[in-house]
Ligand binder design. Sequence first.
Ligand SMILES: CC(C)(COP(=O)(O)OP(=O)(O)OC[C@H]1O[C@@H](n2cnc3c(N)ncnc32)[C@H](O)[C@@H]1OP(=O)(O)O)[C@@H](O)C(=O)NCCC(=O)NCCSC(=O)CC(=O)O
Length: 399
Amino acid sequence: MTKANGNGAAHNGHRSMQEHAEGPAAMLAIGTANPTGVVIPQDQFAENVFRATKSDHLTELKEKMKRICQKTGIDKRHFHLTEETLAAHPEFLDRELPSLDNRIDMADTAVPKLAQCAAVKAIAEWGRPATDITHLVFSTYSAWQAPSFDHQLAALLGLRPTVSRTILSLHGCYGGGRALSLAKQLAENNRGARVLVACSEITLVCFGGPDGSNLIGSALFGDGAGAVIVGAGPFAEGERPLFEMVSATQTTIPRTEHVLGMQVSGGGVDFHLGIQVPMLIGKNVEQCLVDAFGGDDAPCSWNDIFWAVHPGGRQILDNIDTELKLEPAKLAASRHVLFEYGNMSGATIIFVLDELRRRRKEDGDNVLPEWGAMLAFGPGITIEAMVLRCPRASSLNNN
Ligand SMILES: CC(C)(COP(=O)(O)OP(=O)(O)OC[C@H]1O[C@@H](n2cnc3c(N)ncnc32)[C@H](O)[C@@H]1OP(=O)(O)O)[C@@H](O)C(=O)NCCC(=O)NCCSC(=O)CC(=O)O
């Protein structure tokens, strides 16, 4: 029954997949991608978007957008949507006009293609053939059809027909954290499993002409995709754990379901970002971390660990810094990703992980403490927390 491939891993559906893996799951490779066409500097965003949407007459709103943009901690963002496309689709500017069908049609090609770009990089780094992937978990806020982007990505990458696919829809900014948490469980409970996590977020489904309600989202969100290969031991030759995924929790902050959310309508997707979001996340994050570490095992100081935090907004990072009394450098990877790309919703956390491992590669093993925490937030308000461990080169050599 059990048929091993060239690297010793069993294929999905075979008997060995029903056995547990050895040790915790780990991230084995990471890839990221952004649309290459449109890059808008944040200090030109208000001018750009008000011109493109023929809204220059809304002078007060434009000044407010400029004030917000200055405070975001963002330098530039990448977008799939071009001014030419906007000119051809005036319905994208007016929420009262039906535009969902056209948005879905465009997302149908763009979202899986961007995911493919990120996944190809992750698979190349992993070093094994795409056909060794046994599970796929795809997360996006743009999926409303079936079969969906998980199916398309599997075809684009040439995955096996037996690959076990899951799509997570509208989890928003915690989608990346949720997908990684599911991947951990899949990898640990199916010996030999190799899970591809893909998050692809493109703002064309939520883009709209500026109005009083969408300025914050419009000033924060950008386009990007991230992919991670997750697997647990035994590892094949050449596989190297980047981050061990030690334990994970999901917490919903009670009575906050109306504070942060997304609503799909005929005019596209609306984000609701309540002004209390940074405060609520700041006040609740420490208990989530203590729970993720299992209570007594929580570190004495939060400065003793490394951090991969979803940079939902500058104020969110500031509040986490304050509440946890973090040294300024602790959220540097999150702030760097926010600065370079903005908030790419569920994909952002993968960029932060990629940035952390890039810093580790450049500056050596000791730039990161051994233990760390990953945090992602989204509608609910939901907080995904994961305890990470950075294996040392010396311990890897002993494997
Ligand atoms: C937007 C900010 C950069 C603005 O910075 P500051 O708060 O320091 O600046 P500020 O107080 O002067 O605010 C600038 C102007 O924005 C307004 N303002 C701020 N937050 C607002 C909000 N949520 N809704 C409506 N207006 C808001 C202020 O009233 C002010 O208006 P005026 O100038 O007229 O007085 C910050 O507040 C921030 O990072 N907020 C977090 C945004 C957020 O919710 N992110 C989560 C994204 S969702 C996510 O990541 C998960 C998911 O989607 O699933």
